[in-house]
Design a protein. Sequence first.
Lengths: 192, 199
Amino acid sequence: MAVEEPLKHGEKPTQPTERSWHETVLQTLKRNQVDLVPYVPDRVLTPLIQSLHCDAFFTTFATAREEEAVGILAGAWMGGRRGALLMQTSGFATLANVLASLVVPCQIPLIMFVSERGTLGEFNYGQSLVCRTMRPVLDSLAMEHHTMTRLDELEFIVDRSIKQAVATQAPVALILSPLLTGGKVFEAGASS
Amino acid sequence: MTHPTRNTKLMNRFDLTCRLVGKLKQAEAVIGGIGNTNFDLWAAGQRPQNFYMLGSMGLACPIALGVALAQPRRRVFALEGDGSLLMQLGCLATIATLAPKNLAIIVMDNGIYQITGSQPTPARNSDIVAIAAGCGIAASHWAADEEDFDRLVDHALQAAAPVLIAVRIDDKPGVGATRRDPAQIRERFMQGLGVRQPI
């Protein structure tokens, strides 16, 4: 029996036959007719963003701010089109006003994917602080949110959460934990 | 309130809003920005295709962009104040890049935060049209007077690229007062866009 090398910091166990987290997210969006995907980029989200750009089913583009993308998705929903926003923890931290003054009172089923920075090996103190604001904001508005840590639960959580958001006309935040994605780890010479 | 080196006529928001609404014959969507912009849209005659934004300052253009992307055959207007647009200038670059054929932006520029006590905006000497053109919205124009505004709106109703019309307005407050019922405003708008049927 081969001895398994212990995982290094930042490494993820890989099984060649297993679908990646980003492929699972893409397929689940598609299955739920979620085809408009604005984003403010993040290193961890990059493979998902790339595969969305490569798939003609999706209209995906960068916005200048996360708040702007929320406005776009609110307008699109009212016009009959489903979408989802991709961003990082620090981007979510800019959204309290738009969530409280547009999304929640207008009952917009906003679907948000948040790549979680600031925990499980964070190297930037500011990121770790901003991360602590995220769940209190979500809880203070009584917004549904799930932290996704396991590949075997990912499809179920994403699929059911999209369906619940639409059925109940309520927003949801789907937090992509470093336990799922590998997160971002410190590299010599890398910044922020 | 001074506007040096400008030759555009000082017009009135409610009058211009009435002129716009009077030209809408194809169930065009209109997103009214926060405050006086949507108060005057409300007062100009309520339409099911109007969305009145009660918070989220600066998001009239992004919301209009979302509607335009969802319904490419319907023309969509965003009505926004200059102070509000300043909150979200980046959206002009996004709109220029996506270049929806059915989106028009009307910026009501009085150089002040009228509703909070008429404080001057930091951009009272900035040129909104130059900013929009610099972002890549080539069809960005100042309306010289009411007649010019009418002409520019007629053009926007036929355009095949995003349009921005900036108008210099006076410091008069809004004429009406939007009923602050966000869920009902949203539902009625969706019905107006044909997305929902009344229950």
